[in-house]
Design a protein around this ligand. Sequence first.
Ligand code: PEP
Length: 251
Amino acid sequence: GAGRHLWLGTSWKMTKTLAEARAYVSDLHREPVPDGVELFVLPPLTALHAVLDARPDGSVLRVGAQNGHWAQDGPVTGEVSMRQLRDAGAEIVEIGHSDRRAQFGETDQVVAAKVTAALDQHLVPLVCVGEPWSVRASGRAAAHVGEQVRTALSGVAPHDLARVLVTYEPVWAIGDSGRAAAPGHIVGVLDRVRSVVDELAPGVGLRGLLYGGSVTAANAGALLDLDDLDGLFVGRAAWTADGLAALLRTC
Ligand code: PEP
């Protein structure tokens, strides 16, 4: 929509070699980025530097990471701190994706610790929340997601909420299900998220509230028509540069 700030980003998850990462970034830059669109890519850490380096002069592409540890440094084998991410050139850090909650046991408390650590290091946290199908089926999606947001943001100073991105990603809509949530369902959950944020810090508001889960170039337009939505977070449909370019054309 005209005059609106829209976030459009993708996580590559555990895909892409360095050569594939560089080719994607160079192909992507053939597509103009409309005014007001905040475009971002979250590559695997192995490709962070290659992606930063492949951006032509004047690029508006923002780059970030898919995870970061809450501690500043120390004996945490295999992990990378928010400070190290910032130092390596990341601007955004995704926190609490459902893959990490399901496969690595991340709880809302872990997510909260990572959010404050990210803000301390001047990163933009992109906090993922969303209900599993069982919760959706019992009609408690908004309540569930509202409590996830309340816990995830519990350590954030009120004025710092304006630095936080939240993305609503119903677990059942992500990945192979291929089934995006209906606009009416999304609106109900986003309303709850906004009211929780307003309770935490009246009048401050988030930096942005996004939706993710089986977004494609075919359904993006209808989703972006939702007044409550500040953008889209995309997996598979943006794993090619052409895919992300097609999504850009819907903004
Ligand atoms: C995701 O995993 O965050 C996601 C949005 O995936 P997809 O678009 O592939 O459903």
